[in-house]
Structure formats: C-alpha cells, structure tokens
Design a protein around this ligand. Structure first.
Ligand code: ADP
Ligand code: MN
Length: 176
C-alpha cells in the first residue's frame, strides 16, 4: 500500500521491552520536537480501551481495534510519537520511523527489579529482551528501511538517541 504522504510532520513509533526507556526517550523527544507523545498504556487506561484486567500478566487486556480507531485521525494528521511495548497491530502506513530500544540484559534486570517486578513477570520481560522479541516483531510488521534499533543502557545513550532522533525529525520532509 502506498504510504500516506499527506502528513506534514512524521509519526514515530518507539517500541521495546518494558524498561528499555521508551517513555523516558519519547517524553524527551516530544519536548525537543514539539511532537505529541502518545503513551498507549495511559491512553488505554484513561479511555477504557481494554477488555478488563489480566490477573496473571498484571496489565489491562488491550483492545487493539479500539486503540487503532481512537488514534486514526491523529495519526493521519501526523506529528505523533507512539510509545508501546508492542507494534504488530498498528497499521503499517501510520509510521515513518520505528525505533526499537534495546538494553543489556543485566541492566534491564536491575531496572525492572527497581520497578517492583518479580518472579515470572521479571523473567518473562528479561527473556523478551534476550530473544529480541520486539525487534523481530518490528521486522515482521514494517519496512526494514524505517526500523532503527538503538542501544539504551545509559543516560548518555538516551541523550544521544534523543539528539539524533531530533535531527531526523528536523530533516524529515513529507516527500522524502
Ligand atoms: P519503558 O517506558 O520502556 O518501560 P521507562 O522510560 O519508563 O521505560 O524507563 C524505566 C526506568 O529505567 C526509569 O526509571 C528510567 O529512568 C530508567 N531508564 C530507562 N532508560 C534508561 C537508560 N538508557 N539509562 C538509564 N536509565 C534508564
Ligand atoms: Mn513506558
């Protein structure tokens, strides 16, 4: 399908395993670029775009159709930074750039422990990172040339990533 070139500002997806720094990165990038940060987790909670609570996974069961309907108009307009630990259910045409954040396993383990994750919730997420699940999901869902894997181990990495993504946004052009 032809890409939507109507939008005047790009849409960026920031994805990765929980704890890799999506919200930190997306918030800083939104600050630097005046793009809009769309945290899918908060959106789902605020607008009730879910089918209840999953006790085992300890998260809302996201209703993907409702989320996509909710975002369609804004995405058509452009200028959004979408932040979510999944990427296979968004329309491919929405995004001009798909950023996959990656963190070294032991660093991620510590971050998620600090966040209060324990047991299988902790090990499942670290395994998700070890097996590069989100990078594979992105590769199966989007054109390879718009996928960018970025290391997010340190605060310096965040600064560097935000700086280079800000530059990318500045240079982006609707017909590029
Ligand atoms: P996500 O949205 O991917 O779950 P967050 O942005 O909420 O991740 O980050 C989780 C925690 O890890 C926060 O306390 C954040 O400050 C820290 N963190 C995230 N990325 C980095 C990084 N690259 N270097 C140092 N700390 C980080
Ligand atoms: Mn987050």
């Amino acid at each position: 399908m032809a890409k939507d070139r109507e939008r005047k500002r790009p849409n960026i997806l920031v994805t990765g395993t929980p704890g890799t720094g999506k919200t930190t990165t997306a918030t800083a990038l939104a600050d630097a670029t005046q793009l809009r940060h769309v945290g899918i987790g908060d959106l789902v909670k605020d607008k009730g775009l879910h089918d209840g609570w999953d006790d085992e996974l300890e998260c809302h069961v996201i209703n993907e159709d409702l989320v996509c309907d909710e975002l369609e108009d804004a995405m058509e307009q452009g200028g959004n930074i979408v932040d979510y630990h999944g990427c296979d259910f968004f329309p491919e045409r929405w995004f001009d750039l798909v950023v996959v954040l990656q963190t070294e396993n032991s660093i991620l383990y510590d971050r998620l422990s600090k966040r209060g994750y324990t047991g299988s919730k902790l090990s499942n997420n670290v395994e998700c990172e070890i097996f590069q699940v989100l990078l594979e999901e992105a590769k199966e869902s989007y054109p390879q040339d718009i996928i960018l894997a970025l290391k997010s181990d340190t605060v310096d990495d965040i600064d560097r990533n935000v700086a280079s993504l800000t530059e990318w946004v500045r240079q982006w052009h609707p017909t590029s």
